[in-house]
Design a protein around this ligand. Sequence first.
Ligand code: OFO
Length: 170
Amino acid sequence: MFSEKIQIGLKKQLNRELESSQLYLSMASWVECKHESLEGISNFLYDHSDEERKHMLKLIRYINKRGGYADAFMEKTIIENVSYNSLKELFQKLFEHEKIISEEINSLVELSLQERDYFTYNFLQWYVEEQIEEEALTKMILSKIKLVEKDKAGLYLFDRDIKNFHLNRE
Ligand code: OFO
């Protein structure tokens, strides 16, 4: 049974994925503009913005497949006034953002159990796995940035290597 409650929850989540995509996009643009030599970092963020859009699409298509209608882009998703004091601050914010998304996915999983919607429960497992990897990845990047931020040679190597940082499940 695809309940109204589940549908609303999933539509809310697709907006959050859209917001994530815009957040990564705005961060990529900030890095490209303020740290133009760090194109490894900006490329990583641009690519991840595309990934988040795919997460949104996956939700849209699931809602429609279950007989719902993913019509609602309900929330304001424009990211404004993007500015950071440092790369460390940027990645700290990203890590915090991913932790919030994880909590929201967990609440949706809980809702699917309450509603006895095991199809949605099963569908959401992909997002649970994804969030485990995304939290681990952003945490790892943050700890590396903390190490190298003031060290130009270290930052150069970090920027070169970031293209090899992938989610384990890709
Ligand atoms: Fe969609 O995984 Fe990040 O936010």
